[in-house]
Design a protein around this ligand. Structure first.
Ligand SMILES: Cc1ncc(COP(=O)(O)O)c(C=O)c1O
Length: 277
């Protein structure tokens, strides 16, 4: 693409973005007066995928666009799972007492079905990972949000690495920690900067120097903390998040990087959360 058409595309994308924003504002204005959402939710970034879809739709050229914004599986569930679901449904249908149907229709155990958790434990043990208690969630974003709720208070700071996976930033914002996000700088090789992490955790040569806050909004990708912001009020990160392979870069972490991140967080008494989705 030459420079002129690149500028033209950028301008039409900006126009399309403005049109999408205007349409959203008009929709909101058409709503009946309603109580406001929580400050946490209002301070949460809009999902970038919805915004990308709105820009594509508003461009009027959706047929010309191949969006790489979201990958969705194109295969169905395993046949064994389909057979098990069919067998459970058939058993419920033929049970005149209704007990089997009622059992299918009730809450299951919150951490997941025991048989599934046992199978996951066996799978982990087969890879040399014992002593784990897997918890089953409907997807990785749910698991991440549940983990944050379990380990993070509102004033704690959370370290994310640039380019940040947008749903992680949103989860921190939604659970109240948006003001205390600190972000590792973007290295030219796109790998997480573990030297920065060592400093941020107060373990480096300049011990006690705290990272700057990201501010948790807008998703700027400059790196090294909040744009123009002060030191993290939340102190050194209590939670450090790695994504492996990284989304959106696809960078795969080495064993040495994972071991170093684990050793640093253990030494600092911080949680290391790794999203392997
Ligand atoms: C790093 C990462 N975490 C979470 C998700 C979302 O996972 P789920 O759909 O299981 O919630 C994705 C999806 O691409 C991802 O790349």
């Amino acid at each position: 693409m030459d420079t002129a058409s690149a500028h033209a595309s950028a301008a039409s994308a900006a126009d399309a973005g403005a049109a999408a924003d205007a349409a959203a504002a008009a929709d909101a204005a058409a709503l009946p007066r309603q109580p406001s959402f929580s400050r946490r939710v209002r301070a949460t970034d809009p999902p970038v995928i919805a915004k990308t879809k709105a820009i594509i739709a508003a461009s009027g050229r959706a047929a010309d666009v191949t969006s790489l914004a979201q990958g969705v599986v194109f295969w169905g569930p395993p046949r064994a799972a389909l057979r098990a679901a069919a067998a459970a449904t058939a058993a419920a249908l033929s049970d005149a007492s209704g007990a089997a149907a009622a059992a299918l229709n009730s809450y299951g155990p919150t951490p997941g079905l025991p048989a599934l958790r046992d199978a996951l434990k066996r799978e982990l043990a087969g890879r040399g990972l014992t002593g784990y208690a897997p918890v089953v969630t409907p997807g990785a974003n749910c698991a991440f949000t549940v983990a944050l709720l379990a380990i993070c208070d509102e004033g704690d700071s959370v370290a994310l690495f640039r380019p940040v996976y947008f749903n992680h930033r949103m989860s921190v914002q939604m659970t109240g920690g948006g003001r205390h996000i600190v972000t590792g700088p973007l290295r030219t090789d796109l790998r997480p900067d573990l030297d920065w992490l060592e400093e941020a955790l107060g373990l480096g040569q300049s011990r006690g120097r705290q990272p700057k806050e990201d501010g948790g909004s807008g998703g700027g990708e400059r790196g090294g903390g909040r744009e123009g912001g002060g030191r993290a009020a939340g102190g050194p990160p209590k939670v450090v998040v790695l994504v492996n392979p990284a989304n959106p870069t696809g960078v795969l972490l080495t064993r040495a990087e994972l071991d170093r991140a684990a050793a640093l967080t253990a030494a600092a008494g911080a949680w290391l959360v790794i999203d392997n989705t």
